[in-house]
Design a binder for this molecule. Structure first.
Ligand code: NAD
Length: 330
């Protein structure tokens, strides 16, 4: 089995690759992995075991058709993580988001079609559904994205579906909730808050903090992606939820406690434009059809993650002291 993983030097992609190469996914203990990653500000080779004998790293762009057609032959499947992923950056300028997320996905699928690669798992987000005040979205929900990031992911989902419907390419789409875990870029909400608090710096909370997110441990997310790769079906969409339903204010309260700080460390900053109030996915499909179950709950996961950032300052120190006027929720 030979996999090509795009964006494998980023937060979630590198977790998937590390877990796979560590033999944690049954049946894939001997899998060979090619990581294709542009190494933007968000990617780092430090996230990967680059000396592993079954890992081959290629620095390159998912929009580069020539490179894709050179690389893809011989691979059995692709797991597509590569994307511009930060909502706040998309609000400043959405160009790179449309180029990489929509264009890159289309280039990748076109190259898969041309080279006969079997299966593509396209990693997307619950943000494509928009915002929901009560209840949860299932996979049939219409797409109503509210940020350029979410719109570019929704566009990529539609392109992905079209390659399945029109060309019969085996594309499977996953839509997950907010991830947390080791090695997330410190621009995102949880690492930014944790690293600021561990550094004795204030944290910037958007608006009144009523925005609610569902938190999914990155290890659970990667197991779910692998379940879709190994047991999912062509053309299907699978939601992956985290189970928690907490406001950013509630999460902030827990982080203050875990980091030994109090509310005097919180700065209320102007709300994000078009800030989605709440995300919540119904992930009964992946649970019932593929037998996926999360191992983590947020109660245990949050203290474990605070400990990880506390014990690994070398990961975040260079970037830890950031612009405090932005919250940076994913
Ligand atoms: P990340 O920003 O940490 O990593 C993205 C990776 O893609 C980086 O290594 C970057 O160098 C690479 N990349 C960017 N542009 C590229 C290009 N043009 N060509 C090749 N590589 C490129 O992102 P992440 O948090 O690991 O997210 C991975 C995927 O999961 C994304 O598709 C994202 O939309 C999706 N997702 C993330 C979350 C979350 O909470 N982090 C939630 C839902 C969905």
């Amino acid at each position: 089995m030979k996999l090509l993983v795009t964006g494998g030097a980023g937060f979630i992609g590198s977790t998937y690759v590390r877990r796979l190469l560590a033999g944690e996914y049954p049946g894939y203990e001997d899998a060979e992995v090619t990581v294709l990653d542009k190494l933007t500000y968000a990617g780092s080779l430090d996230n990967l075991p680059t000396d592993h004998p079954r890992l081959f790293f290629v620095r390159g762009d998912v929009c580069d058709q020539d490179l894709l057609r050179l690389l893809l032959p011989g691979h059995d499947a692709v797991v597509h993580f590569a994307a511009e992923s930060h909502v706040d950056r998309s609000l400043q300028d959405g160009s790179a988001f449309v180029r990489t997320n929509v264009g890159g996905t289309q280039h990748l699928l076109e190259a898969c079609l041309a080279t006969g690669v079997g299966t593509v798992v396209h990693v997307s987000t619950d943000e494509v559904y928009g915002s929901i005040e009560t209840g949860s979205w299932d996979e049939q929900e219409p797409l109503l994205p509210n940020s350029p990031y979410a719109a570019s992911k929704a566009g990529s989902d539609l392109v992905a579906r079209s390659y399945w419907r029109a060309h019969g390419l085996d594309v499977r789409i996953t839509r997950c909730s907010n991830n947390y875990g080791p090695r997330q870029h410190p621009e995102k909400f949880l690492p930014r808050f944790i690293t600021n608090l561990l550094s004795g710096l204030p944290v910037p909370l958007y608006g009144d903090g009523r925005n609610s997110r569902e938190w999914l441990h990155v290890d659970d997310h990667c197991r779910a992606i692998h379940a879709v790769l190994t047991r999912g079906s062509a053309g299907e969409i699978y939601n992956i939820g985290g189970g928690s339903d907490l406001t950013n204010r509630e999460v902030t309260g827990r982080l203050l406690e875990l980091c030994g700080a109090d509310w005097s460390m919180v700065r209320h900053v102007e709300d994000r434009k078009g800030h989605d109030l709440r995300y919540s996915v119904d992930d009964s499909k992946i649970r019932e059809q593929l037998g996926y179950r999360p191992h983590w709950n947020f109660e245990d996961g949050l203290p474990a993650i605070v400990d990880w950032y506390r014990e690994n300052p070398r990961f975040w120190r260079p970037q830890g002291e950031l612009d405090l006027t932005q919250e940076g929720a994913a």
